[in-house]
Design a protein around this ligand. Structure first.
Ligand SMILES: [Fe+2]
Length: 189
């Protein structure tokens, strides 16, 4: 059973729904499917590309759940995260601070965190059903988040998490992103 928030030690995790699904979720999936062949991938783990990146101009509807997470950070967590749609640095190799996770049936995502320079992280489900792989956390054996389109999980970037095996017959597609502190971190530090 999902709660709308819980603590992992000192770390607060929010589970919310991004409202007005019809205004952003189907458009975002359509944008993703239109451009997915152009995705840049960051790294391959166990034979599967972990993260798939597109520029914001290709998937403009991604702004809506990202803005929602920023507002939740302000209103519920008392922080003022900075929302970036472009890479943090101007280097050509730098990737945008948001990405798609695509898990085919039978695939999973191992434990990881999003700690690099960010202040808040989130994942929102775009195409998922209750069998497409629960989100779990290293610090808790009994909390699992069941995926559902429009559900968003907002968590501190250092919290280690993974995704169970996709036991559905469809791809699970989610959008993950990081928000940043102000002033923006200097990558050269
Ligand atoms: Fe993640």
């Amino acid at each position: 059973m999902d709660k709308n928030e819980f603590y992992l030690g000192q770390d607060r995790v929010l589970i919310l729904k991004v409202p007005n699904l019809e205004s952003w979720l189907v458009p975002l999936l359509n944008e993703f499917f239109t451009h997915r062949r152009n995705c840049r991938s960051s790294h391959k783990v166990n034979g599967r590309w972990e993260n798939s990146y597109l520029d914001i101009d290709s998937v403009p509807s991604a702004r809506i759940p990202m803005r929602f997470a920023r507002t939740a950070g302000i209103e519920m967590l008392g922080i003022r995260p900075v929302l970036l749609f472009e890479p943090l640095s101007r280097s050509r190799s730098e990737l945008p601070p948001f990405w798609f996770n695509i898990a085919k049936p039978g695939e999973l995502t191992g434990l990881h965190d999003h700690a690099h320079l960010s202040i808040l992280s989130a994942v929102v489900y775009l195409q998922a059903d209750p069998y497409s792989g629960n989100l779990y956390f290293q610090k808790s054996d009994d909390i699992e988040v069941v995926p559902e389109p429009g559900k968003i999980v907002i968590f501190p970037p250092h919290v280690k998490h993974g995704v169970r095996i996709n036991q559905s017959s469809n791809e699970r597609i989610s959008l993950a992103f990081n928000l940043f502190p102000f002033p923006l971190p200097n990558q050269d530090l």
